[in-house]
Design a protein around this ligand. Sequence first.
Ligand SMILES: C[S@@+](CC[C@H](N)C(=O)[O-])C[C@H]1O[C@@H](n2cnc3c(N)ncnc32)[C@H](O)[C@@H]1O
Length: 269
Amino acid sequence: MPDTIYTRPEQYDLEHEGDDLDVRFYRALLERYRPRRVLELGCGSGRVTLPMAETAVRTGADIVGIDVNEQMLGQARAKAEALDPRARGRLTLEQGDITSWSSSTPFDFVIVPCSTLCHVLSLDDQLATWRRAWHNLTPGGRFVVDVTMPDLAAYADSMQHPPRALVQMDIDAEAPDEGSRLIRYRTVRYLPHLQRARIHFLYDAFASSEAADRFVSDFESHVYFPRELELLFRVTGFEVEKTWGDYRFGPMRATSRQMIMAGRKAETT
Ligand SMILES: C[S@@+](CC[C@H](N)C(=O)[O-])C[C@H]1O[C@@H](n2cnc3c(N)ncnc32)[C@H](O)[C@@H]1O
């Protein structure tokens, strides 16, 4: 992966400062489904993984997080040091690619939060990811995926002739104690022939009373549509059990910002 925000995990965490709705959602799913073994694909800096390990102390699950990026994993490991030892004991972090990673001990709950799946660009890799999840699950196990609903208005704008890319300042985050601040600007171009968004992020990171550190982070992001997600589940052997449109378990509707889908592997295969 090229130089992205994932090579600066502290800034990634600042970028997500206060994003706790999805964290609460996944903790609630642990309470709801009571899985014994949980796998998070693309766990990154442990933003969701570590709070899940805290919940797992009560619900009795083991949590495994895998990510391809060693810097993000390093940040997750460092933060895990501050966990209660009982939560830390429930947590395993490993390097792995979500399209190919497999475990000899299966899981009964596999999740991919925070649009990580948008990094999986080719249809072959997407199918491989769903198939790997299926193989890593016990019969009856669940696979929950969570991606952003396509923002067709923004994409339509980006397809004007001549093309124009509006610059949005979409994040201005401050760390609670350290006085650091991160401002993010973004432009998006939609490439309809690839069903892909070309996203340029420009960041200004301020440490207290120092000049800004400016860096860019560019992504090619696959744009999923609801029917496509359902198809990926169906062709890889899952039954789609639930869909939600937000992290409060609301239904998917025209105004939904998220597409969250839970697939289930049959009890007998
Ligand atoms: C948007 S971040 C999400 C991180 C974390 N789940 C969270 O909610 O904060 C996406 C993560 O997916 C990882 N990633 C991207 N492609 C991957 C792949 N093929 N295999 C494993 N991890 C991948 C990145 O390194 C990054 O840490």
